[in-house]
Design a protein around this ligand. Structure first.
Ligand code: ASP
Ligand code: SER
Ligand code: ZN
Length: 523
């Protein structure tokens, strides 16, 4: 915060400075959550932040008469159970205990964080967050709405199909035929991805399985094996091996007899290639994908660590979140077969639709959730919603964008946003929404570099050195130029744009529209 303020004395002469110096001075403003001027307030902000994270990390879902579950165990239970009462019990236990415990702390956190943002020239934290994209804050917000508008028709189709299937499974009492989807029925604590409903939603049952979880369980008893597996994709592109310190200093498993924040994260500890991940790896396909995601952060760190400190960042934060996800888009059935995780690959139209459904339950279902968390926080930090209405506003937005509703009546004393990691950890979330769009733009550009000419969803850049070199070059640029320039260098476009994701999912969209014909969709 001191450095940001010291740097501001150059504001009057910014235009006269060389572009690199100017850019670094501008980027400094976004280097972290600034502290308020008052030392007592600064201290309080830090303490409350740490306490909120700690409460989340220790959080348990305790259902009467059953063992208490940490978030990984509660998540595993929700992935598997199809008993509405059991799902409701776990959902409610987690939200009631963790959410409510965060409520008062978050209420105190907001004005303190805003004071910090004000001190460095923003109106509030929302304004600070939205200003970090090389364009005016209101323009950026409009961009997110534009992108959502491009993708909403596809989401609506998936929502319609999913709701109908859930209604058939559970009956009108549990999941009504119309309106929103009940949040406890999607196989995920936050209804943010619906991957675990795949079996029930599978378009053409009986095709060869595309789920690699069983093979992971059988062949990867050591978490390190899963990380090595992911690293090998990156090295196949010509990228370097991870440094020895990565293997020594990372946390792959939950430490025995200790509490830990298990939410996966990647760390650039010294800005000097001391890169690590911190996870409690589960033996599932989803977790294997998360490992690829985290390594994407690490490879970004590794590519740009020799740049000036302030350029050691993603072109924007959505880029950072999109790197590993781009790699996962190349994990096609053929790829998994080549790597020994799938025995047989079936190739026909039905198998294509099945594969697209599995992918959409993760990537398309997520889209409005990726938007809603910060739509809510933008309003909260800007003072547009009073603390007494925090929870109501949360569910209003979730109903409006996601078409998701809580399974039981919620009250103003509840604080359901606090039950999602990024709220107590104060990690901005729009980055994940942007990443979902960008990863398909990257994928399309890299497939082109690789000389691939077939349908986008069949492309894998595995082992392709041309694609790898282009990707690495983008990573090496870090934040040294506006993201528009960096995006242009890779893709030939200066805009974030949903045409690539729509192109990728075109077969599924057609199939869903057919399925939903004559149905009343919408929420
Ligand atoms: N995979 C996690 C998530 O995106 C953490 C991360 O961003 O690295 O929240
Ligand atoms: N990793 C982010 C989350 O867990 C987005 O996928 O919410
Ligand atoms: Zn990430």
């Amino acid at each position: 915060t001191k450095q940001i303020k010291a740097a501001r004395k150059f504001d009057p002469i910014l235009a006269k400075l060389d572009p690199a110096t100017r850019r670094q001075l501008e980027l400094l403003k976004f280097a972290g959550q600034p502290a308020p001027d008052d030392p007592a307030a600064a201290d309080q902000l830090a303490k409350i932040g740490a306490e909120m994270s700690s409460i989340y990390g220790k959080g348990k879902a305790c259902v009467k008469g059953k063992a208490c579950l940490d978030i990984d165990k509660a998540s595993a239970a929700m992935q598997k159970s199809r008993k509405p009462e059991e799902l409701l019990g776990i959902w409610t236990a987690w939200h009631d205990s963790v959410g409510r415990a965060e409520r008062d702390l978050f209420g105190k956190f907001v004005p303190l964080a805003n004071a910090g943002a004000k001190g460095v020239g923003f109106t509030d934290v929302a304004n600070m967050w939205k200003s970090g994209y090389d364009m005016p804050a209101d323009k950026f917000e409009a961009e997110t709405d534009r992108l959502w508008g491009q993708m909403k028709p596809l989401y609506d189709q998936l929502h319609c199909y999913t709701r109908r299937k859930l209604n058939k499974m559970y009956g009108d009492k549990v999941q009504p035929k119309t309106g929103a989807i009940k949040a406890h029925l999607t196989g995920n604590m936050w209804a943010q991805t619906w991957t675990y409903l795949y079996k029930e939603l599978e378009p053409f049952p009986g095709q060869a399985s595309i789920d690699v979880t069983p093979t992971i369980v059988k062949t990867m008893n050591d978490s390190k094996k899963m990380v090595k597996f992911a690293e090998q994709f990156y090295t196949s592109l010509g990228m370097p091996e991870l440094p020895a310190t990565f293997w020594e200093r990372s946390m792959f498993d939950k430490p025995k007899g200790k509490e830990a924040i298990c939410h996966a994260s990647a760390w650039d500890v010294t800005f000097a290639n001391d890169l690590r991940i911190k996870m409690c790896i589960q033996k599932t396909q989803e977790e294997l994908e998360v490992i690829h995601h985290e390594l994407g952060h690490n490879y970004y760190f590794a590519a740009y660590y020799q740049l000036p400190m302030l350029f050691q960042a993603g072109a924007n934060d959505g880029f950072h979140e999109a790197i590993g996800d781009t790699i996962v888009l190349s994990a096609t059935p053929d790829y998994y077969k080549e790597r020994g995780l799938l025995k047989t690959v079936v190739k026909n139209e039905k198998a294509t639709i099945n594969g697209q459904m599995l992918s959409a339950l993760e990537r398309i279902a997520f889209l409005p959730f990726g938007l809603v968390i910060d739509k809510w926080r933008w309003d909260v930090y800007a003072g547009k919603v009073k603390p007494a209405d925090y929870n109501k506003h949360w569910w209003d937005l979730r109903a409006k964008y996601q078409g998701v509703t809580p399974p039981v009546e919620r009250a103003a004393t509840d604080f359901d946003p606090g039950a999602k990691y990024h709220v107590p950890a104060n990690v901005a979330y729009t980055r994940y929404f942007l990443a979902r769009v960008l990863q398909f733009q990257f994928h399309r550009a890299l497939c082109k570099k690789a000389g691939f000419t077939g349908p986008l969803h069949e492309c894998s850049i595995y082992k392709n050195k041309e694609a790898g070199a282009a990707f690495w070059k983008m990573l090496q640029a870090g934040a040294s130029k506006p993201w528009q320039d960096i995006l242009f260098d890779l893709t030939g476009s200066r805009d974030m744009d949903a045409t690539a994701i729509l192109e990728y999912f075109a077969p599924l969209k057609t199939w869903l529209e057919e399925q939903n014909k004559g149905q009343t969709c919408g929420y």
